[in-house]
Design a protein around this ligand. Structure first.
Ligand SMILES: [Zn+2]
Ligand SMILES: [Zn+2]
Length: 394
């Protein structure tokens, strides 16, 4: 059995950096992280990090596709194409994320993802993020409105029965939302509210039913003005205030430089801290592809959007339609735009999402016994090598 030693690393640990670290991986797991000299042996493969940064592989809890494929295309080739594209951008664990669509499309997507959950040349797929279709009609964003609906037990119990749904989203104001959250809690999901115009009272009821996370903060969610429009006066607190004021709640930001300004990223970081804030890509199929028109969601009937090569736009260019970049970009942008330290930025892309999604015993930090998911980065935080479960994949 071969061991892999990554020597002379500048290791980024959850709370600090350490120089001259040697990391030994065996059978896909981290066997040691130390300054000890690693003795040569015939079964040892040595990789010299040359003093560069070694960080845990990134974990994306909200991602739709890449390299021309959307997870909702629902076939094995598309899942592989999209997952592989994100691996090149440093994501070693991801939760393929559904859009609005038919039950058949969602079930196909779950099956195809499960078939590819532990391939050696792909990121680990611990389960899917059931994101669409349970969105509020007035917050559907770039998703197809036809595929949106309220949660019905007959439908979602089929998804949960696969035991492959690990993150579950529903707009809190929909009929049946609380039953949905309770069902998701029974299946140990991270429960989230997104594409929602929920009020404080609706968020409180959702919280009682197990909801603990909000999708892409400030995007397709309620605000004081949006609630004033929906419910009149007195003005009411929204999803934003609920998240900020409730320590058990986490959320995520799309830090691509187009969705949120630097001061909003800094605000989210300072108000929530690196243990309640995840970086996500929310990336669609246009990752690594030239500017052009693409479908969001299934290639059959997903809604059209336009990628200018930097971000996705609604067809009339009036609003954004998710990102077209990988997690490596999000990490660089968050580092440049905020006062968060490098260990904190990396934590928001690894250990924090791992903890929130319930997989931090397996991955998310450079710790003995965890999966050997690691990246070598240069000082510009560009990916030099990707090692997924002990395999040097690029
Ligand atoms: Zn969204
Ligand atoms: Zn999304």
């Amino acid at each position: 059995m071969t061991r892999l030693a990554i020597c002379n690393a500048r290791a980024v640990l959850p709370d600090r950096m350490e120089d001259n670290v040697n990391i030994v991986c065996r059978n896909g797991l981290i066997e040691s992280v130390s300054a000890d000299t690693i003795a040569d042996s015939t079964d040892l493969l040595r990789m010299d990090a040359e003093g560069q940064l070694v960080v845990p592989g990134y974990i994306d809890i909200h991602v739709h596709g890449g390299a021309g494929a959307d997870f909702m295309d629902g076939d094995v080739d598309s899942i592989r194409t999209a997952a592989k594209a994100h691996l090149r951008h440093g994501t070693t664990t991801l939760f393929p994320t559904t859009t609005t669509g038919s039950a058949k499309q969602i079930l196909n997507m779950i099956d195809a993802c499960r078939e590819n959950s532990a391939e050696p040349d792909l990121p680990w797929l611990p389960g899917i993020h059931l994101y669409g279709p349970y969105f509020a009609a007035d917050k559907v964003g770039c998703h197809s409105l036809d595929g949106r609906r309220s949660p019905e037990s007959d439908e979602y119990q089929r998804y949960f029965a696969t035991e492959f749904v690990r993150i579950a989203t529903c707009a809190a104001e929909l009929d049946g939302a609380e039953d949905f959250y309770r069902a998701a809690a029974k299946h140990n999901c991270l429960i989230t509210c997104g594409h929602s115009n929920a009020s404080w009272a609706e968020m409180q009821a959702a919280y009682e039913a197990g909801m603990r996370h909000v999708d892409h903060f400030w995007c397709a969610m309620s605000s004081v003005p949006s609630l004033r429009q929906r419910l009149g006066v007195p003005m009411q607190a929204s999803m934003a205030e609920f998240v900020l004021m409730t320590p058990e709640m986490s959320t995520e930001v799309i830090a691509d430089g187009y969705h949120l300004s630097p001061e909003l990223l800094e605000f989210a970081y300072r108000m929530l801290g690196p243990d309640r804030l995840c970086l996500v890509t929310d990336c669609n199929r246009a990752l690594d592809l030239p500017a052009g028109d693409y479908r969001f969601g299934s290639q059959q009937d997903g809604s059209w959007f336009y990628s200018d090569g930097r971000v996705g736009w609604a067809p009339d260019r009036s609003s954004l339609a998710s990102s077209v970049v990988g997690m490596d970009h999000m990490v660089r942008h968050m580092r440049q735009s905020t006062t968060a330290s490098l260990p904190e930025v990396i934590r928001m892309a690894s250990l924090t999402p791992a903890r929130r999604a319930g997989i931090s015993d397996r991955t998310g930090s450079l710790q003995v016994g965890k999966q050997a998911d690691l990246l070598i980065l240069n000082s510009e935080l560009e990916i030099q090598r990707v090692i997924a479960r002990g395999n040097p994949v690029s």
